[in-house]
Design a protein around this ligand. Sequence first.
Ligand code: 8X3
Length: 262
Amino acid sequence: MGISLKDKIVFITGASGGIGAATATEFAKLGARILICARRLDKLKALKPELLKAGAAEVFSFELDVRDRDEVEGTISTLPDAWRDIDVLVNNAGLSRGLVKLYEDDIEDWEEMIDTNIKGLLYVTRAVVPRMVARNHGHVINLGSIAGHMVYPNGAVYCATKAAVGFLGDGLRIDLNGTDVRVTSVDPGMVETDFASVRFRGDETRAAKTYENIDPLTPEDVAETITWAATRPAHVQIHTILLTCVAQRNPYVITRGGKTRV
Ligand code: 8X3
């Protein structure tokens, strides 16, 4: 039997849209207390009534840019007492910028991806996990990617950040050996969110091509996978889940409109 997350505190970073917002909603359906942060506070505020309607026991939101180490440390260490014992941390905040050959790439884009996907995840993990260890209870769920399993052309830095997420989770899992704290990596392929729009800086025509003639994963598909991992019995630890839509077999082998391109 799976564990109940009713009244448990679930902290989701980057929760203002896409997989983060869908994950908050899935945990809300389980009656959890939802702690959410993102850079866009207005979006979080708009999400709150939906989460309560879905069944969240309580919702607390705050603005946070995970790239800002002082802000991460300061905000998490001064959470109200009632929100400090985080049971599940979903390290979701992440992004891609550009799809360009490494030797021609924009260094600013590298910084943004590395600072968010790797360093931001580390800062939040460092701020949250010690209390899990002290309570001998908790679950860290990182959002990896198929991109962390296989590098694709023009995506070297993004793929490297997601490979790093995989190794950081593996390392954390080992370092937590002897405790009851679990670590899981959920690694999707193509998911229809604003991922491509962010990657192409609002070039919607180019972004739309990413999901053209394909039935991609939805944010809900990924969110349900995350809640499944989080609700396994306490003695079960899911290490890594790699999921894609049926039309995607790896970053290269994709069927669009009935035609497979390799
Ligand atoms: C998102 C999946 O394949 O577009 O991380 O990089 S992919």
